[in-house]
Design a protein around this ligand. Structure first.
Ligand SMILES: [Cu+2]
Length: 212
């Protein structure tokens, strides 16, 4: 009996020891879990969060810079367009002023008395120029009242510039009398009207002046 009791006590002690070891192991595992997991979580999450926030800031700054650059470019384009419009307007105004000045000058020149030259061509002392109406050049002119016509005899022969027609004779309005070679004669027409003239030496030579 004594040996059996000892053996039973020994087994009981052994079983108790095994339970204690197992229990101690479970406590150790439960206690170890929080101390191990906390550092792992904090170390892995925080850097990611920081990295994301850094990326967000970088993207935001990049977008802001792009927006500012686009705004600056738009402003520069607008300023350039306005400058071009101002330049075009200035050029248009300058052209208009130049056109007005030219028109005024032309009007002043048209209003101012002027002298028109009519040549008595070489070779008109013999018939032929009347066939092409070129005995005076130009043979028919139009001027304003107050203008002067100057006949230049570039021929070597003598001619006359006489108001009137070969058929009706001198009108008495104007008459150069005999113009020698290289001579000239001028008459100012103060009254509007139509004035025929001819050469008394060579009656085929005719011309006209129309005065407005
Ligand atoms: Cu003549």
């Amino acid at each position: 009996m004594a040996s059996i009791d000892k053996a039973a006590i020994g087994i009981a002690v052994a079983i108790t020891a095994i339970f204690l070891v197992i229990a101690a192991g479970m406590d150790a595992a439960q206690n170890a879990a929080p101390t191990i997991s906390k550092p792992v979580i904090s170390k892995t999450i925080e850097p990611e969060v920081q990295a994301e926030s850094t990326n967000v800031d970088t993207d935001l700054i990049a977008r802001q810079n792009a927006a500012e650059k686009a705004a600056a470019e738009a402003a520069a384009e607008k300023a350039a367009a306005e400058a071009a419009a101002e330049k075009a307007a200035a050029e248009a105004a300058a052209e208009k002023a130049a056109a007005e000045a030219a028109a005024e000058k032309a009007a002043a020149e048209a209003a101012a008395p002027k002298t028109v030259i009519v040549d008595i061509p070489v070779g008109t002392a013999v018939p032929g120029c009347e066939e092409t109406d070129e005995c005076f050049l130009p043979p028919h002119i139009t001027i304003n009242a107050g203008d002067t016509v100057e006949w230049a005899n570039i021929d070597t022969a003598a001619h006359t510039v006489t108001g009137g027609t070969p058929a009706d004779g001198p009108s008495g309005v104007f008459d150069s009398s005999l113009l020698m070679g290289s001579g000239s004669y001028a008459f100012t027409f103060d009254e509007a009207g139509s004035y025929d003239y001819f050469c008394m030496v060579h009656p085929w030579m005719v011309g006209s002046v129309s005065v407005n």
